[in-house]
Design a binder for this molecule. Structure first.
Ligand SMILES: C[S@@+](CC[C@H](N)C(=O)[O-])C[C@H]1O[C@@H](n2cnc3c(N)ncnc32)[C@H](O)[C@@H]1O
Length: 180
């Protein structure tokens, strides 16, 4: 969908795609990550490339283990949108550490599943820990994603949850504290 939108708008933006492309790696711990080694293995790099066949010129594929594959990315890489859907605690944490310094001002990081109870020890823990350490705040969306905006020079600040409006607070009330 992102590739199609970029194409429709004649955007020159490129897509960097990171995954094992062969399922969840062996570092997964079922009780923590809500998925096990081998989950989502019904795929392959070949199938994903076929699916994106119209868009291959703008795609770069980094097949293998995050964070190892980050070493293959050019040093000056910068990102305006990073969509993270990696389930595991250590992978979410590694993505925070690697992508955040590479976000352009105003860039957006999105974390799938952040708000869903089964991901409280993986996605939510990694996001909460990392952004608390650097004193940044995530915004919780009603669909369970967490969104973090890299501040611009003029400083985009995100108001505290209590001031974010009813729909956000309603979403947040679905969450269970991390230590539950
Ligand atoms: C819920 S699936 C998402 C699949 C697909 N990337 C998407 O966004 O629709 C979670 C994916 O995270 C990937 N993943 C988790 N930890 C990883 C790691 N350390 N390195 C590479 N891929 C990882 C798994 O291979 C799996 O495909």
């Amino acid at each position: 969908m992102i590739a199609s939108t970029l194409a429709r708008n004649a955007s020159p933006a490129r897509l960097d795609l990171f995954d094992t492309f062969e399922g969840v790696p062996s570092i997964a711990v079922a009780e923590r990550d809500y998925c096990s080694p081998g989950s989502f293995s019904n795929t392959s790099l070949k199938r994903v490339k076929k699916r994106l066949s119209e868009h291959l010129p703008r795609c770069r594929f980094y097949a293998g283990l995050i964070p190892d594959t980050f070493a293959q990315v050019r040093e000056d890489a910068q990102y305006s949108l990073v969509n993270i859907d990696v389930d595991l605690y250590p992978t979410n944490r590694a993505c925070c550490e690697w992508f955040w310094p590479r976000m352009v001002p105003g860039g957006v990081m999105l974390f799938n599943d952040y708000g869903f109870y089964p991901y409280r020890h993986s996605t939510r823990r990694a996001v909460d820990e990392f952004f608390a350490e650097i004193d940044e705040q995530s915004l919780v969306l009603p669909n369970g994603q967490a969104l973090v905006i890299k501040a611009t020079a003029a400083n985009v600040t995100i108001p505290p949850l209590a001031a974010q409006g009813d729909s956000i607070i309603a979403a947040d009330s679905l969450f269970t504290p991390l230590d539950d």
